[in-house]
Ligand binder design. Structure first.
Ligand code: CXF
Ligand code: ZN
Length: 372
């Protein structure tokens, strides 16, 4: 017996999202049905809407969901009905990357996250009895209810019981990516200089994490002065507008070079400029979505001679459960104040929320879908 739900249907970028009746499939043994309380909006949702990623349309997007578990399959141990959970990306749990707790690099990422169905090809959602593409990032949380999995569902620890789910929702994507890049991928050292290029959700999370580890200086670079102001509030010791000689200013501030540069823009000229700021043994972390045709050029002697590194980073090397709760601990202690990035919208304002993300007026829009 299927479960009725309401979901925002994406039919590409020529039509607005529209909230319609759907049905959720019965649960498989490793699945949970979650009543979605809130879901963040991420640029990856728009990339899929715009067909920049190979996810079939029409589709139910949303991959930063949080909610309350309603029902669990027979093999689920991660949470039980009534638990508060946050959802993240899905993974297979049995490939060489998953074996070493690096699920962001899951060899089977596509079938578990982007195929529009479960990895075995069966649909998780129907509309009028016909298959609807869903299971996006193992959730499709632009909906009142989502089918999630043992591998991408995290029970919110009791230590975060006073933090509302509508605030926790976005922790499972951009926030973990930026913070994880600093804490887990690049392993930024105390006292070392870092520059973060792009002050969106990922860049701001990286700045907060750089402050947590005691990096110094922490330099934010963006083209938007109000974002730079917020970056300072969150931990940047210096903030430079990219339109105003930022690279020369950084060179002047740290003549010996930077221990870390972190690019969230995906613009190859920005990455190359950033890479040229590195000190010996410096690491250039790259997370920004780029044009698939782009290549990067680095000077080989500087690359090898100084032991400099370029690091592609997906999802901040997050291992999901433990890391999301670690970030929530920092939040509870006031060290990861990501609530400053959030602007709330009602579910039926989903198109306004997307517009606010795209025009930059809100760093992290979050949809309120049902009361906690
Ligand atoms: C993802 C990419 C793959 C790992 C988790 C985060 N980004 C989503 O927007
Ligand atoms: Zn995302």
């Amino acid at each position: 017996m299927t479960t009725p739900a309401r979901a925002a249907i994406c039919r590409g970028n020529t039509q607005p999202f529209s909230i319609e009746d759907v049905e959720l499939d019965d649960l498989k043994p490793d699945e949970l049905r979650v009543r979605v309380v809130a879901c963040g909006v991420c640029h990856t949702d728009m990339a899929v809407r715009d067909a920049q990623l190979p996810v079939p349309h029409p589709v139910v997007l949303g991959h930063e969901g949080a909610g309350i578990v309603e029902e669990v399959g027979s093999a689920v141990t991660v949470a039980k009905p009534g638990d508060r959970v946050v959802m993240s990306f899905n993974s297979c749990g049995s490939c060489p990357s998953c074996d070493i707790h690096a699920p962001t690099y899951c060899y089977n990422f596509f079938p578990h996250n982007w195929s529009g169905t479960r990895a075995d090809g069966s649909p998780t959602m129907f509309m009028g009895g016909e298959k609807m593409n869903a299971n996006f990032f193992g959730q499709s949380s632009f909906a009142t209810h989502a089918i999630a999995h043992q591998a991408n569902t995290v029970k919110v620890a009791d230590s975060a019981k006073d933090i509302p789910l509508e605030r926790i929702a976005p922790i499972g994507c951009g926030l973990m990516t930026g913070a994880g890049a600093v804490l887990r991928s690049m392993k930024v050292r105390a006292g070392m200089p870092i520059a973060v290029f792009g002050a969106g959700t990922v860049g701001m999370a990286a700045i907060m994490a750089a402050k947590i580890v005691g990096a110094n200086p922490i330099i934010a670079v963006d083209v938007n002065d109000s974002r730079l102001e917020l970056a300072r509030e969150l931990g940047a010791t210096h903030a430079f507008n990219a339109k105003d000689g930022a690279i020369d200013k950084i060179r002047e501030l740290v003549p010996q070079g930077l221990g870390y540069v972190f690019d969230t823009t995906g613009i190859n000229t920005v990455i190359q400029d950033a890479w040229n700021l590195l000190a010996p043994m410096g690491i250039c972390g790259i997370v920004g979505a780029s044009d698939p045709a782009d290549n990067l050029t680095f000077n080989e002697a500087a690359f090898m001679g100084g032991g400099r590194r370029v690091m592609g980073i997906l999802g901040g090397d997050s291992d999901v459960g433990p890391f999301l709760n670690e970030l929530l601990d920092y939040h509870v202690k006031g060290q990861f104040p990501f609530e400053k990035l959030i602007g709330y919208f009602d579910f039926d304002e989903i198109n306004e929320a997307i517009e606010a993300s795209e025009n930059g007026s809100v760093v992290k829009p979050v949809l309120r879908i049902s009361p906690e």
